[in-house]
Write a protein that binds this ligand. Structure first.
Ligand SMILES: [Zn+2]
Length: 463
């Protein structure tokens, strides 16, 4: 009988790894890194309960590190099968896995420098060379329609609307003349968002593995474009600079798109806009390569018009020297820079430089995990410790959580409402306990389905 084991994202929102076993074969859906608290991150160092060499395939829902960041370790520990993903996810993984490995190496070097122990040099979880070995195992699969992996398994991907390339994975297991379908939502996106397509409906599944990040929350329905325009206008009026910590994949591109729209509608002035993140610049270029994944129309030889991911005056700063030059700008401008929670990256330098001036504005546009500088700003901190420096917070801070890339409670309900027959069993993953419990309650009351919150290392039969 086929089996499903939850090896991550059970009781938390990171480390997604769902192992399916059937007919003596093993297939892993997603292979994410645990992120956040130290206790969680420690799990990345523990051995998997299955030997990576015994896993035959990995299938990816999307490129985010909490769904792919364990791949280099899986490969370094013996996995020799193909990693199956659509083309956009593969290209994003080339950027993200190399970057993750680079950060692991930097962290290890930093820890070695701070450590007094010469006998235990801190090691990176994986190296850039190991990330390359994982990338060499990728095989692209179609972004829609059925794809046969083997006698035992086939998959079909549907748009998830979460980030470029994100997919809902429908896995069909064939064993002993019997066919069983398991649908994995991956991360579900929002409806009617700019750029990405809506999450596609799925009508049936024997088993459903569903995310629950915002299972207990609805995004505010107020007009966030108006709030964004108002905030930019009042900052420009007082001669201030706008700093936006933005996630490099997805959020930075959405903001470029929205800023462009607001400029065209003359709702905001045409301010110089700096995209100060090499990762975000590379990701932005990928949008032009993967037009099948979104609704944007890019300029080409035959078409009139402008590229939709360019503000009227946008500067892409790749080099450190160009990034530093932004510090000297005294007139109003917009700086989009990663990381999204200000835990690292170039945005930290911009915050150190701009936070003390009350004319400036910091705009928070996504989930701010507890303990991060972004969360401290959100909670009204009057000073922040950044790069060992005490920085006073006099700039205005605004929060626009509506730019989130995850479906909220009502949108989850809308997507689940597409099922024509209830799955035999639904398992909730990728949620903090409160989010998962709230979604469980909603599904039980509204749809009367059998639904459980998945537990870490729990194995269930798929009969
Ligand atoms: Zn994601």
């Amino acid at each position: 009988m086929a089996k499903l084991t939850f090896l991550g994202a059970a009781g938390c929102v990171t480390g997604s790894k769902h192992l399916v076993e059937a007919a003596g074969k093993r297939l892993l859906v997603d292979c994410g890194l645990f992120q956040g608290e130290r206790e969680l991150r420690q799990k990345n160092w523990e051995n998997l309960p299955v030997d990576p060499a015994s896993v035959d395939w990995v299938v990816l829902t999307h490129a985010h590190i909490d769904h792919t960041g364990y791949l280099p370790r899986l490969v370094s520990q013996g996995f020799r099968g193909p990693i199956l993903a659509n083309a956009a996810t593969f290209e994003l993984c080339q950027l993200l896995l190399r970057d993750a490995a680079h950060l692991q190496e930097e962290d290890a070097l930093y820890a070695a420098k701070k450590s007094y122990s010469r006998h235990k040099p801190p090691l990176p979880l994986y190296t850039v060379a190991e990330a390359e070995q994982a990338l060499a195992r990728f095989q692209t699969i179609p972004r829609s329609g059925p794809y046969r992996i083997s006698e035992e398994f086939s998959v079909c991907l549907y748009d998830a609307g979460h980030i470029l390339g994100s997919a809902i994975v429908q896995l069909t297991i064939n064993e002993g003349g019997k066919s069983t379908s398991v649908v994995f939502t991956g991360d579900l996106g929002r409806y009617s968002q700019p750029i990405l397509k809506d999450p596609q409906p799925v009508a049936r599944a024997d088993y459903l593995v569903c995310e629950s990040t915002y299972g207990d929350r609805d995004h505010p329905v107020d007009a966030h474009y108006d709030q964004l325009a108002d905030a930019i206008n009042r900052t420009a009026a007082r001669g201030g600079v706008i700093v936006v910590p933005a996630f490099a994949v997805g959020r930075a591109q959405t903001l470029l798109y929205v800023l462009r729209k607001l400029e065209d509608q003359e709702r905001i002035p045409r301010l110089p806009t700096y995209l100060d993140s090499p990762m975000a610049i590379s990701v932005t270029n990928l949008y032009a390569n993967h037009r099948e994944d979104h609704d944007l129309v890019f300029r080409n030889e035959e078409q009139q018009g402008e590229d939709p991911l360019n503000c009227h005056e946008v500067h892409m700063t790749r080099t450190v020297e160009d990034s530093k030059k932004i510090n000297a700008i005294q007139s109003s401008c917009i700086i989009l820079s990663a990381s999204g929670m200000a835990t690292g990256g170039r945005v930290v330098h911009h915050l150190i430089n701009r936070l003390p001036d009350p004319r400036n504005l910091v705009m928070l546009v996504g989930y701010q995990a507890e303990g991060t500088p972004g969360s401290a700003l959100l909670n009204g901190a009057r000073s922040l410790r950044l790069h060992g420096e005490e920085v006073s917070v006099r700039a205005e801070v605004v929060d626009l959580p509506q730019f989130s890339a995850h479906a909220d409670r009502a949108e989850m309900e809308r997507w689940l409402g597409n099922f024509q027959t209830p799955p035999k069993q639904t398992f909730l993953v990728h949620g903090e306990p409160a989010g998962a419990a709230a979604l469980q309650k909603t599904i039980t009351e509204k749809f009367r389905w059998r639904v459980n919150v998945a537990e870490y290392r729990q194995t269930v039969d798929l009969d």
